[in-house]
Write a protein that binds this ligand. Structure first.
Ligand code: ATP
Length: 208
């Protein structure tokens, strides 16, 4: 069994998340992908704007038509800062040695790996499937491998068209009253408007 893991803030979930998950699934023959919204992401400058419950519900709506995508709430329910290594330990014990775990991420996140808690253990527990992201074209691969030599042989780059979308830009648009232009699934767009999320927000202010 091969399971993909997409960790993130999903504040809100958008088409970039769906697109990289599908590309990773096609590339490596994943059986399914777990979307795992973080509780308190440790490496983000600001804490999530929308509550964990809202972010989980938006992910659920975004993936509802794809039975191979599932939402997992273990990070959102765990108190304190989110560490991927803790999540991987839980999933590894749950699924056992017959299952390979693949952490899906954009290049922006890979570049921060040396700041994660216990990156060596993370790399022992899963392989990485990495996708390009606008703004990361000049990624310093030699520098990355010199900082994290254990990543040699554990990182695969998934060739797929880049997707020009970020949650930061969607929050900006929503706050300014601008349309999302199809960059999030319709059901997510409707949910955001129904609950008045991201209106007049400053970075880091939580909407209940
Ligand atoms: P923010 O703008 O708030 O930082 P984000 O759009 O990066 O959010 P996250 O939920 O933080 O979204 O990202 C989860 C994962 O998805 C990360 O590994 C990130 O690199 C990846 N990702 C998100 N959007 C894209 C994209 N357009 N292309 C490639 N990877 C992406």
């Amino acid at each position: 069994m091969k399971i993909g893991i997409l960790g993130g803030t999903f504040d809100p979930v958008h088409l970039g998340h769906l697109s990289i998950s599908q590309a990773a699934m096609d590339h490596s023959g994943l059986d399914w992908v777990l979307f795992i919204p973080a509780g308190e992401p440790r490496l983000k400058v600001a804490q999530p704007s929308a509550s964990a419950n809202h972010r989980i519900e938006m992910v659920r709506l975004a993936i509802q038509d794809n039975p191979k995508f599932q939402v997992c709430d273990i990070e959102a329910r765990r108190p304190g800062p989110t560490f991927s290594v803790d999540t991987l330990e839980v999933l590894s014990a749950k699924y056992g040695p017959g299952t390979d775990l693949f952490f899906i991420m954009g290049l922006d996140v890979l570049g921060q790996l040396d700041r994660w808690k216990n990156p060596v253990r993370v790399l022992a527990l899963c392989q990485f499937l990495v996708l390009g992201r606008p703004g990361e074209e000049g990624f310093d691969w030699p520098g990355f491998y010199s900082r994290v030599p254990e990543a040699e042989g554990r990182v695969q780059v998934v060739a797929a068209p880049m997707v020009e979308v970020s949650a930061t830009e969607l929050r900006r648009r929503l706050s300014a009253g601008e349309p999302l232009l199809g960059q999030a699934p319709d059901a997510v767009d409707q949910y955001i408007r129904q609950h008045g999320l991201y209106l007049n927000e400053r970075e880091g202010r939580r909407t209940s």
